[in-house]
Ligand binder design. Structure first.
Ligand SMILES: C[S@@+](CC[C@H](N)C(=O)[O-])C[C@H]1O[C@@H](n2cnc3c(N)ncnc32)[C@H](O)[C@@H]1O
Length: 255
């Protein structure tokens, strides 16, 4: 791929996690993000660690299928690696709309018959659910963990209805896991930090939309949110004294 004109969240995230699948324009954008929020790299690793805890929890609940929307550039500790450490039979269907993320995921998943990658836009649920890598791998008559981690803040506009078509297809016992950046905090300094980061992402190809805790909670309408509820993702599933909040909410709900 030739040098892109604009930075992209998938490749910036890859750079923040120490990966090599990014361009100069992405690295320059990360430098602006870090200038606006000195703990940006810690926040990225905390986001990733939330994913690890959620995936492990799902497998321990007996869920052996994952649909990972906005899966990103494969990096350290991918969903299938975390899941396979507990149960090697787990199936993982990755979905992302970014070419570099998809290409690298194709290389990694090619030898594995329990893992797929589909290049799709998550806003088109029919296309995602009909993709051969999804329809051919997952059995929607059995429980699935639907992951939308650190991705929905890159989807602009009203999210109402974005996840509904997925949830409608999932069987009882399935779960939805979300992490989402927010500017809705009791600590004004944390709110200011998130808004500063969002501005720093402003000239990337998908500037983020920060949403309130109420809007993020509404993504779980009709589901049973598991304890501890919608919390700073550093505090899921239990508080971690001494770890500062990063300003992104995380939660899991049962279908
Ligand atoms: C910050 S990364 C998160 C990666 C991973 N979910 C994690 O938590 O480590 C966000 C990913 O969402 C992808 N993405 C953004 N908008 C998307 C869309 N509309 N459809 C599919 N993927 C999208 C980006 O390409 C990027 O790879």
């Amino acid at each position: 791929m030739s040098e892109p004109e604009r930075a992209n969240a998938a490749r910036m995230y890859d750079h923040m996690l120490g990966g090599a699948h990014n361009f100069a324009v992405d690295r320059a954008a990360v430098a602006r993000v870090v200038a606006s929020r000195p703990d940006a790299i810690r926040a990225t690793w905390e986001t990733r660690d939330f994913m690890r805890r959620v995936v492990t929890w799902c497998v321990e609940q007996g869920i052996d299928q994952f649909l990972d929307l906005g899966s990103g550039v494969p990096s350290v500790g991918n969903v299938h690696e975390i899941a396979h450490a507990v149960d090697p039979a787990v199936r993982v269907a990755y979905v992302d709309n970014e070419a570099v993320a998809v290409k690298h995921a194709e290389e990694i998943t090619a030898p594995l018959d329990t893992v797929s990658i589909s290049q799709r836009d998550l806003r088109d649920a029919r296309s995602v659910l009909g993709a051969p890598g999804v329809a051919g791998l997952l059995d929607l008559d059995r429980p699935v963990a639907l992951l939308a981690l650190a991705v929905l803040h890159f989807v602009p506009g009203d999210l109402g209805g974005t996840l509904t078509p997925y949830l409608r297809h999932l069987s009882s016992g399935s779960v939805l896991a979300v992490s989402h950046a927010s500017n809705d905090h009791s600590d004004p300094e944390l709110t200011a930090r998130l808004e500063s980061v969002a501005r720093a992402y402003g000239d990337t190809d998908a500037p983020p939309t920060l949403r309130s805790r109420t809007e993020i909670t509404a993504l779980f309408d009709g589901l049973e949110i598991v304890p501890p509820g919608v919390v700073d993702l550093t505090d899921w599933p239990e508080p971690r004294p001494g770890i500062e909040p990063i300003g992104a909410y995380g939660a899991v709900g049962r279908v």
